[in-house]
Each structure stands twice: as C-alpha cells, then as structure tokens.
Design a protein around this ligand. Sequence first.
Ligand code: ATP
Ligand code: MG
Length: 336
Amino acid sequence: MKQKLKVLIIFDVPERPTSTDWSRHFRPEDWKNELDIIQAVKKIGHEVRLLGVHDRIRPLITEIRRHPPDIVFNLLEAYVNDRRHESNIAGLLDLLNVKHTGSDAATLSICRNKLFAKRILAPHRIKTPRSVVFPLGKTNRSLKNLKFPVFVKPLGQGGSDGIAQKSFAEDTPACLERVRFLHDHLKTDALVEEYIEGREVYASVIGNQRLRVLPLREMIFTQFPEEKPKFATFKSKWDDSFRRKWGIQNIFAAPLPNGMEKKIAHISRTAFRALNLRGYGRLDLRITPENEIYVIEVNPNPALTREDEIAQSALKAKISYPRLLQRILWLGYQSQ
Ligand SMILES: Nc1ncnc2c1ncn2[C@@H]1O[C@H](COP(=O)(O)OP(=O)(O)OP(=O)(O)O)[C@@H](O)[C@H]1O
Ligand SMILES: [Mg+2]
C-alpha cells in the first residue's frame, strides 16, 4: 500500500446537503463517528476528501470520477434516512470498481436481516435465540414454540432503534402490543426472540483471512434492581443521564469462566467467516447463567468512534486508534 492514500470518506446526512462545507453539518454530539475518523485518517497522513450523501447518487459518482480515490472509507448507514439501502451503496462502489472499507453489499444486507443471519449461523452450531417473525401488518403468527419471556425488536434496523424496556415481554398481549408498536411507528417487520438471560458481551474482530478477536467488552448495570431484566436499550446505549442513573457502564469483560473466552473467540471467527465479513466487525453476545453463549447480532459496520467498543478493545491490545483505522483501510484496500 502506498504511504499516502487518497481517501474519500462518505457518510449519510439527514437532509439533502446545501453546501459541501461539511463542517457546517457536523455538530460534535451527532457526528462523533465521522469527526473522530476524519481527524485520525488525516493525522495518519492520508489525503482526505469528504462526501455526505442523502438522496442523490450522482454527486458520489461525479466525485469518484473527478477525484478517483485509492479507497473509500464507507460510513454510510442509510440512504434517504432508510437503513435498508445501506448495502446498495457498498454495491455501487463495487460496480464503480472502487475499493472500500468494510463488508460488501451481500454481507451488509444479510446481517441487517437478523433472521437471515441466524440461518447462516445455524449450520455452524452457533446458538442464536429461537424466534418468530411478524411481518409488517401481521399479528397472527403463533408463539407456541417460543418460551416466555420474549424480546421484540425490529427485524432489520440496527442502531438500537425500537429497543426499549417494552421490548421485553412476559406474555402474549405484551408481546403483541410491542409488535404493533414496531409495525405502526417504525414501519418494520418485527422479530420476536426468546429472551436470553445473562451477561452482555461484545467481541470485536479485525482481519480478512487471518482474524484477530480483540479483548472482550461487557455492558454492566450496577444500579439496576436485582430482579429487573438487564439488556441494552437505545437509552442505555446513548443517553448519558440514563446511564448514570442506572449505573450502566461499558467495561472490559469481567473474568469469564474457564475456557469461555476461547469459545467466544472461536464463535466470533466462525460467524465472521460464515457471514463473509470483511475488515472489521462486532458481535453482540449473551452468556447465560448456564454458560451457554448466544449470538444476538453480528454487526458488519459497528461504530468506530474512539470511545466505541472496537476502538477500546483495540487500545487494550496495544493498537492505537490511528493504527486501527490504518488497519481497516489496509484490509479494505487488500480485499478487492
Ligand atoms: N433475544 C434477546 N435476549 C436478550 N436480550 C436481547 C435479545 N435481543 C436483543 N437483546 C438486547 O437488545 C440489545 C439490542 O439488540 P440488537 O443488537 O439485536 O439490536 P440493534 O438495534 O441491532 O443494536 P445495535 O445498537 O448493536 O446495532 C442487545 O444488545 C441486547 O442487550
Ligand atoms: Mg446490537
């Protein structure tokens, strides 16, 4: 790889941009991912250009023609604010024959549909919660094969959208109420899963062929009443005052039972390969009191701010933030 790359960093913006002065769009609280990455990629010494995408593709194609990048740092998670189109942008970059960071279109869309991801993981004997899908507008699916309590979430959203205390349902009426809520308010299919009681652990992985599982992280709930179920809602991830109130912290995983870390690393690598992730990813796992490991989600494009799990895990493995991003660029550059 050349020392100095032309890196085009692309990201989604909530409205059609009226100027290309991106600094005007970036309020630090909402644009942490972009700001941290831009700063670090510049600091590495690469030549950086930026492009925000909302509802038009032509500016992206024009930018790539006029200023051919060595690689695109793909931070786009939505198109016209719709996460279902995330994968199409990676597909477009492949059609344009431009190298890019992260996974390709197929992996992005399979991982976004949590049911498809489960089906791919199942033959590898990776446990995922048993589930039933309630397609948009349908509430007549049978729940008789699921054990309560259950957890109700959007089938294909991400970013913790639609995940709240009411996602946890102890009986059929509560479950159906949440299903209807997701149908009505998020206009999405609902995935009802058996609720997996236990510790919440995050495994970050980097690599293409050779995969490295970074030190595990864990979300802990220090001020929650003992009997209250503990899981990561939108608020428990993003709302600082909520986190303070309930003593929610993300830490390096407290000691795990013997051999568990190895098992998690094996599961993480197997899932990464089975779903054909590229460059980097993060698995969200739950570990039951009986020491069973469940994969809750495979994220092919987890957030990459300095504070996020993958950056923290990398730091613990003595990989500085700029080195992590350099590695992600290199893995993207190498893999096409
Ligand atoms: N079946 C389940 N059993 C127990 N907890 C669950 C289950 N499914 C989801 N959760 C909880 O909800 C959180 C969010 O779920 P999930 O990761 O599937 O959604 P997401 O919106 O894709 O999240 P992210 O913010 O990681 O993109 C999990 O981290 C976990 O705490
Ligand atoms: Mg998740």
